[in-house]
Structures are given as C-alpha cells and as structure tokens.
Design a protein around this ligand. Structure first.
Ligand SMILES: [Zn+2]
Ligand SMILES: [Zn+2]
Length: 318
C-alpha cells in the first residue's frame, strides 16, 4: 500500500488518477515560483528587481527563472536595442494564471494578519474600487464554491504516468529560512508550494475521507498524508473527527477561500498542461454547465480580468 518511503522517494511504480491540478502544480508547486510570478504580474522584469523584492538567494532565483523559462512561463528579452540588459517577461501562458493570482491576493485580504503580506491593492478600473470578488460561474453568474461545484473523473479515467515531482519539504525549509520575513505568513503561496497539501484539500472539497482513503486515491504514502493533514489542521483548514473506528477528515470554513485558487489552477492545467488530451476531471456547476469560473467584482458585478484591473501600491495605514 505504502509506495513512498519516509523521504518521499518513490519505491515502486504507481499511477494516481490524473488531475489537472497536479499537472499544473508540477510547474507551479514551489513557493518561490508563485512569488516570482506574483512579482512578474506586478510588472517586475529584472533579475535584480526580483531579488530585492523577494529577498531571494541569487542561485535560487537563477534556478527558478531558468525553470520558468523552460516551462514557457517567462521569456528573456533585451530591454532595448542599445541595452545588453536582459529582462524576464511573462508569456501568455503565465498571464493566463490571472484568476489564480487574484485568488491568492483575495485569500490574503480575507484572512486577518495576512493582509500586509501582499502590500498592494488590486483596483477594478471600471468602478474604481479595490476588489472584493467572488469566484463565479460565467454561464449562470452564480457563486462557484465547494457546495455548488461537483468534481468527478472523466470517462475513461486517466492516470498520471509522469513521476511525481520531488516532495517539497526541502523547499519549505529554504523558503522559511530565506529571511524575507514573509515565510510563515505567506500561507497561500507556501500551500501552493506543497503539492500533497493541495491534492488533499482538492479531495476533501469533494467530500470527507479517512486517512487510508486519501492515501489510496492519491497514491501517496500514509506517513506523507498524515504529515500534511497535521499541517492543514494546524493551519485551521482541516477538521478531524472520530466516527466509529475511523478518523474522518473534512474541510473547515476557513479553507473555502482556498477553493477558488484550486479551481483556477485546475482550469489553467486543463488549458496548458494536458498535452491536448481532454480534461481528466469533469467539473460542473450547480446550474448543470461545465464550470468556467471567473472572479466577479462585489462592488459593481463586472467580470474581472487583466484588461480592467490595475495594481497600485497600498497607501500606508493611518
Ligand atoms: Zn453556473
Ligand atoms: Zn467593480
């Protein structure tokens, strides 16, 4: 049953059921990667600029930028014909992550103590308000939350044949130790960087489960799953309850704010990470239509996208 040893090494071939979330996280599932992309979304283009904004070690930044270029998320270009200086610009593939980026920002806005972690405002230009937003179904306009969205495997089921990316314990440590002061507080980014945590939340949004069911469905080692459940409980995202001889795990209300982020990343994975195959999961809104989710402005009701949003530094608090 257990197919990974305690260091997360795969000791035997196995294939978890495919999800676009996992495929997307093979690119995004690293805390620094999400932070670099966040900076790129805010207009950062230079190596030195990324380094100063994130207080990230040069070597780490170099490796991450190279990986992002390899994955066609960023591309190198010369600043101008006269300048030899290179800059890193986001591709259409990276910019298509916009709804996930808004979800990260909204998560931090909504969680007390986290607000100052992303010290900029996202303004809806159409109405002039700093966004409050609801992830919604573009077909019917209704909110897309865990109670109104169903997720099931497509037929025939697909399985992941790619080996899992190395588990990210070491990334976590490097991330927290980086001294940016944001390490522990960057909850959303740090969770996105922990692939099993995301996979477990994704499953629990589909319904409560026990430890062995989670490990079996994800083809992850029991000890890996147990460790991540402890982390998710400590973060106040997952609840443990004894039912007969089983401990049953379910998502807590605080986790609900994370669901749009997972939905947005999964949809991005459908578009960019499935090598032309149909999506491995069918995600349906309560209106009966396949979910095409997008954030809608709580102030004016307009759909949010890169064309009508602006980022501005936040005024200091008085
Ligand atoms: Zn709908
Ligand atoms: Zn608005």
């Amino acid at each position: 049953m257990t197919r990974q040893d305690s260091t997360g090494q795969i000791t035997e071939a196995f294939q978890p059921r495919a999800t676009s979330l996992r495929r997307a996280l093979a690119i995004l599932g690293d805390p620094w990667t999400m932070l670099i992309l966040k900076e790129a979304f805010n207009g950062q283009r230079r190596f030195g600029g990324f380094q100063r904004a994130l207080n990230i070690p040069r070597q780490t930044l170099s490796l991450r930028l190279a990986a992002l270029c390899r994955d066609q998320m960023l591309y190198r270009r010369h600043v101008s014909a006269e300048h030899a200086t290179l800059e890193y610009a986001p591709t259409a593939k990276a910019l298509d992550l916009d709804q996930a980026m808004y979800a990260v920002w909204l998560w931090h806005q909504a969680n007390p103590g986290d607000r100052d972690v992303l010290p900029f405002d996202i303004v809806h230009r159409d109405c002039g308000h700093v966004i409050g937003a609801t992830f919604s179904c573009q077909r019917c306009g209704g909110a897309a939350g865990s109670a109104s969205v169903s997720i099931r495997p497509s037929e025939p089921p697909q399985f992941d044949t790619e080996p899992r990316p190395r588990l990210s314990r070491r990334n976590d440590a490097a991330f927290s130790a980086a001294g940016s002061g944001a390490g522990d507080q960057m909850l959303a980014a740090s969770l996105v960087g922990d692939i099993p945590c995301n996979e477990i939340l994704w499953l629990l949004f589909q319904g409560p489960r026990n430890l062995l069911a989670i490990a079996g469905e994800l083809a992850l080692g029991v000890s890996v799953v147990r460790g991540r459940l402890d982390k998710l409980r400590a973060l106040g995202l997952v609840h443990e309850e004894r039912q007969g001889r089983w401990l049953i795990y379910s998502v807590l209300p605080r986790a609900e704010g994370f669901f749009p982020l997972l939905l947005a990343i999964s949809a991005w994975g459908d578009r960019w990470c499935n090598a032309g195959q149909p999506p491995p999961e069918v995600i349906v809104h309560e209106c009966g239509e396949l979910l095409a989710g997008r954030h809608v402005c709580n102030h004016c009701g307009g759909w949010l996208g890169r064309g009508n949003l602006a980022v501005r530094p936040r005024a200091p608090r008085r």
